[in-house]
Design a protein. Structure first.
Length: 268
């Protein structure tokens, strides 16, 4: 029963963080699930893959909520999304296949490095709008989608930390970059979760209640709670200073990423 309680806590924390900081909850959910699964003595060799697959499954739900909200305010550039979507799907499936071939501890260290890079970006760099630029070619958008999808699937995230800077660079205003990024999270999460479910189906030492590398109860608990709590976080985001929020999230990722990296390389 306590396992479900921890899923609910993780979902609440991820939802509030996503609403507060304007990024998907994957960077919170993956470390949280690694810790939860490890604490409950899941087989070490499947912990990281199970955390990533479950995280991607939860992002399907949160991305639908997010893109719907942004679309109501005309924040999604669907013509850009269409040019990136196929690349996002292909990249996510390839990323799931690559992650399947990587040892769990090594994958944990890679995710830790990714979290640290995002933390450094949030603490020390800001996205600068480059308005008035012509959009890059369809091939460039497809290629960017493929790369973003691959990295996002490996890290178990919705890709916002990668998609928003690309769309800013491509000339979209910040609000449209964020909204279009939210829409891009859906094909990433769908394809990535499907890939992890598929590649994990023949793994013999998975715990009960999983479909491949997706923990069904974890997916349900985290999705429901994060969906509700994201609205709370969004309301708080309009009250609290943006710079303080950004730095707080960066510090949080420094701790999470550092722990994952050190655990992955066997220091702790």
């Amino acid at each position: 029963m306590m396992l479900y309680v921890w899923f609910v806590i993780a979902g609440a924390f991820a939802g509030v963080s996503a609403g507060l900081f304007g990024v998907g909850g994957g960077m919170i959910i993956v470390p949280a699930l690694v810790w939860i699964f490890t604490a409950y003595h899941f087989p070490p060799e499947v912990v990281t893959h199970l955390a990533i697959g479950t995280s991607l499954a939860t992002i399907v739900v949160t991305s639908i909520s997010s893109l719907t909200a942004h679309n109501k305010h005309c924040g999604v550039r669907w013509e850009v999304w269409r040019k990136m979507a196929l690349g996002l799907v292909i990249g996510s499936l390839v990323g799931a296949g690559i992650a399947d071939m990587i040892d769990g501890k090594v994958l944990q260290a890679i995710i830790g490095i990714g979290a640290l890079l995002v933390a450094i970006k949030m603490l020390f760099f800001s996205n600068k709008e480059q308005l008035g630029k012509p959009l890059p070619s369809a091939g460039v958008q497809f290629g960017a989608g493929t790369g973003i999808g691959m990295a996002s699937s490996i890290f178990g995230i919705g890709g916002g930390s990668l998609t928003v800077p690309f769309l800013n660079w491509a000339g979209l205003p910040m609000k449209q970059s964020v909204g279009t990024s939210a829409a891009c999270g859906l094909p990433i999460a769908l394809a990535g979760a499907a890939g992890f479910a598929w590649f994990g189906q023949d793994v013999v030492n998975l715990p009960e209640g999983t479909i491949g590398f997706v923990h069904i109860t974890g997916f349900i608990c985290i999705s429901v709670v994060s969906f509700a709590m994201a609205k709370v976080g969004a309301k708080l985001a309009h009250v609290l200073p943006a710079l303080i929020l950004k730095r707080a999230f960066g510090v949080l990722l420094l701790f999470a990423g550092g722990q994952l990296l050190l655990s992955g390389i066997g220091v702790i």
